[in-house]
Ligand binder design. Structure first.
Ligand SMILES: [Zn+2]
Length: 298
């Protein structure tokens, strides 16, 4: 299974910043260390050309990010200092998502060890998201007529307001988002289907709701599924508010991957969020997701 990664995903943050920047390298190292991926299966994420981001984003917003001249209010909404490193990280994140989506169409599965930047809107970033990787990757495939329809299965615990804002009106796009009702973002942008979960939902309830909805997504007959398998529904997550166990998260991933395998739908994985303390829980959950994707879909 080809998976994209870049050292540029990791950028320095001020002391005490709540984003677990170390996770990217830890996930990569664990996947290699446990023999889930061979070094040959890991590829460097290409830096996406900034001018092509206008597929999904406002030209002025893109140039303000790249020239480091973005309105400080939007920089605060993003939550990372605006630096050259952040620009490179953001372009590599989109590059990895685009490359993974193209490989997924050939191989049935691929992924990016970053991304799922589903809070990035047309003309602003927020919630640790600068550019919307899945919107760009999906629109690129649609415009090139490599696909006719796409679905996003977004099971990160936060609602994908950016995905819905950018793609929600397109008849070729089906967005399923399952998230905490009381969680960020507080103004949600409607998806095709939004499942709003109360605080504390556990494995059984979560998986039975997901399983009930997969046949509905199948009716849309997507040519690709973008899977945003955040690890933040975990009980140990500091931002999640849900109560899934690692076993429940594995069940969630298996439901989606076995459904996709049965229907022959290619899957492109994005990392999504994860804020467990200790960070190792987040790392283990993402490693588990990629291991299951490989064993079921590759
Ligand atoms: Zn999240």
């Amino acid at each position: 299974m080809t998976v994209f990664y870049s050292d540029t995903y990791t950028i320095p943050l001020p002391d005490g910043h709540k984003f677990p920047m170390a996770k990217y390298r830890m996930i990569r190292d664990e996947l290699l260390h446990q023999g889930i991926l061979s070094p040959e299966e890991l590829r460097e994420s290409p830096i996406f050309p900034a001018q092509e981001l206008t597929l999904a984003h406002d030209e002025r917003y893109v140039s303000d990010v790249c020239n480091l001249t973005l309105d400080p209010k939007i920089v605060r909404r993003i939550g990372f200092p605006l630096t050259e490193g952040l620009v490179t990280r953001s372009l590599a994140t989109v590059g990895g998502a685009v490359a993974a989506s193209e490989i997924a169409l050939e191989d049935g599965v691929s992924g990016n060890l970053a991304g799922g930047t589903h809070h990035a809107l047309y003309d602003a970033g927020e919630g640790f998201c600068v550019f919307n990787d899945i919107a760009v990757a999906g629109l690129k495939l649609l415009n090139a007529r490599k696909i006719h329809r796409m679905a996003i299965i977004d099971v990160d615990v936060h609602q994908g307001n950016g995905n819905s804002a950018i793609l929600g009106d397109l008849p070729q796009v089906y967005i399923f988002s399952m998230h905490g009702r009381k969680n960020y973002p507080f103004i949600k942008v409607p998806s095709t289907i939004d499942i709003e979960l109360e605080d504390g939902v556990g494995d059984d309830e979560y998986c039975s709701i997901l399983s009930d909805h997969l046949p509905i997504i199948a009716d849309f007959k997507p040519d690709i599924v973008f899977y945003l398998g955040g690890s933040d529904p975990l009980e140990t997550d500091s931002l999640g508010r849900l109560s899934l166990s690692p076993k429940g998260l594995a069940e969630r991933d298996k439901l989606v991957f076995e459904w996709a395998r049965t229907l022959g739908i290619p899957v492109s994985l994005a990392l999504g969020g994860g804020y467990s303390k200790p960070i190792q829980h987040t790392v283990d959950a993402h490693v588990q997701t990629f291991a299951l994707a490989k064993s079921i879909l590759a």
